[in-house]
Design a protein around this ligand. Structure first.
Ligand code: PGA
Length: 256
């Protein structure tokens, strides 16, 4: 039996890849990607400075792979030095944008309120937010992982229309870049709780359509454990997205 929702695998390149390197990596990913995986949405999220070159590569290859950004500001234009607007992302062909990654929450002062403003702005411009949530190790050890992640999702989606296209990524902070992961059952339990929180906010139908990804040290060696879980609809991939073979291996696992 296939997945209940069309899986989505997004590569979060973080602050990696110069323009030349991004061109090379996107060419490799595009080459490795085949129509066999057309049951999966595949998204590349390079740094802002690489969006245009990756767009050119994907356009040249007439690839179905889609483009995403890693952050956005909520205003359309104005005196906001250093910021990038949803209008700019839309013009570059971004269909998705990561919001509220724990690295941005921890290092750049992102709060539930700014995440919500960004989510609303993206929805207004028909860019699908990939809303990140997830607990620290201390919160998990206190037994509050579900409560913490669902509270972040409720805050992020506050005031958004029920029919908006939104993706949520559950990324426990202690598993990002560490090689440690929750068990597939633990990850699935949080993803199910996130779906229940979306159902409370926006109703059952919206929740059934919302894709909930798992992220945090997902790689070729462990993806086969996560991919069959009923509430895990794909992955947000960091380190393994920087290698075309590894990334496509993960895409393939969700295509089965
Ligand atoms: P990782 O990062 O796969 O390198 O753990 C995932 C993420 O931060 O999105």
């Amino acid at each position: 039996m296939g997945k209940a929702r069309r899986p989505l695998v997004a590569g979060n390149w973080k602050m990696h890849k110069t323009t030349a390197e991004a061109t090379d990596l996107s060419q490799r990913v595009s080459y490795e990607y085949s129509q066999d995986y057309d049951g999966v949405d595949v998204v590349l999220c390079p740094p802002f400075t690489d969006l245009r070159s990756v767009r050119v590569v994907l356009g040249f290859d007439r690839s179905d792979i889609q483009l995403g950004a890693q952050d956005v500001y909520w205003e359309d234009a104005g005196a906001f030095t250093g910021a990038i607007s949803p209008v700019m992302l839309k013009e570059l062909g971004c269909a998705y944008c990561i919001v509220g990654h724990s690295e941005r929450r921890e290092r750049f002062g992102e709060t539930d309120a700014t995440v919500n403003a960004k989510v609303r702005a993206l929805i207004a411009h028909r860019i699908t937010p990939i809303v990140c949530c997830g607990e620290s190790l201390a919160v998990r050890e206190e037994g509050r992982a579900l409560e913490f992640a669902t509270a972040q999702v409720r805050a992020a989606l506050d005031g958004t229309p029920a029919d908006a296209s939104v993706v949520v990524a559950y990324e426990p902070i202690w598993s990002i870049g560490t090689g440690h992961t929750p068990t597939p059952e633990q990850a699935d339990e949080v993803c199910a709780a996130i779906r229940a929180a979306v159902a409370q906010l926006h109703g059952h139908d919206a929740a059934e359509k919302t894709r909930v990804l798992y992220g945090g040290s997902m790689k070729p060696a462990n993806v086969a454990q996560f991919a069959p879980m009923p509430h895990i609809d794909g992955g947000l991939i960091g380190a393994a997205a920087l290698d075309a073979f590894d990334f496509i291996h993960i895409v393939k696992a969700f295509a089965c």
